[in-house]
Design a binder for this molecule. Structure first.
Ligand code: SF4
Length: 175
């Protein structure tokens, strides 16, 4: 199966700082949020970075049995939701979980999801969503896996079932 191409700013093949366990991280290219104090301004231009095949990424992920899951980070992954969804489905078929970082809030994603942007489809493939922009005044080094105190770890399945965002203090041991 040939998966769609994704514009990325980089990858990390084995990270322990982008979600629970060993994770393959895909840093997508392009971000509309312009958070003051962003540490990754090089990820903002839509046309920057490089284009890589989703099938190539899947093969790299498949080769590492130590991985618990894959993290979509940015940039803003929801800008490329349609391209990420087929890859996410294949990753989940390998019994690995998906963590997605976004500068959008949970509420914004739900209200802005439509038939064209595939936001809901990407949410449906995501186990845990780290939501919200980076807010410099709320920056904290004390909060694992997040840059500022407004950002939440949201259990996506529980939130969609209950209709309210289920924010967690930390990731559960297993998804
Ligand atoms: S959402 Fe992330 S990448 Fe985009 S501007 Fe904010 S901190 Fe930077």
């Amino acid at each position: 199966m040939i998966l769609p191409e994704i514009r990325i700013s980089g990858i990390s093949e084995e990270s322990v700082v982008d979600g629970p366990g060993y994770r393959f991280v895909i840093f997508t290219q392009g971000c509309p949020h312009n958070c003051p104090g962003c540490h990754n301004p090089q990820t903002h231009p839509r046309e920057g970075g490089s284009v890589i095949g989703g099938s190539y990424l899947l093969e790299q992920i498949r080769r590492n049995p130590l991985l618990r899951g894959v993290t979509f980070s940015g940039g803003e992954p929801f800008m490329q939701a349609a391209a990420l969804v087929p890859l996410a489905k294949q990753i989940r078929s390998l019994r690995k979980d998906i963590v997605t970082y976004t500068g959008y809030t949970w509420e914004k994603l739900l209200s802005g999801a439509d038939a064209e942007n595939s936001w809901m489809e990407l949410l449906n493939e995501t186990g845990y969503l780290i939501d919200g922009p980076f807010i410099e005044e709320l920056k904290s080094l004390e909060i694992p896996f997040r840059g500022s105190a407004n950002q939440r770890i949201i259990d996506v399945k529980a939130s969609l079932l209950s209709g309210v965002p289920a924010a967690l203090e930390r990731f559960p041991a297993c998804c």
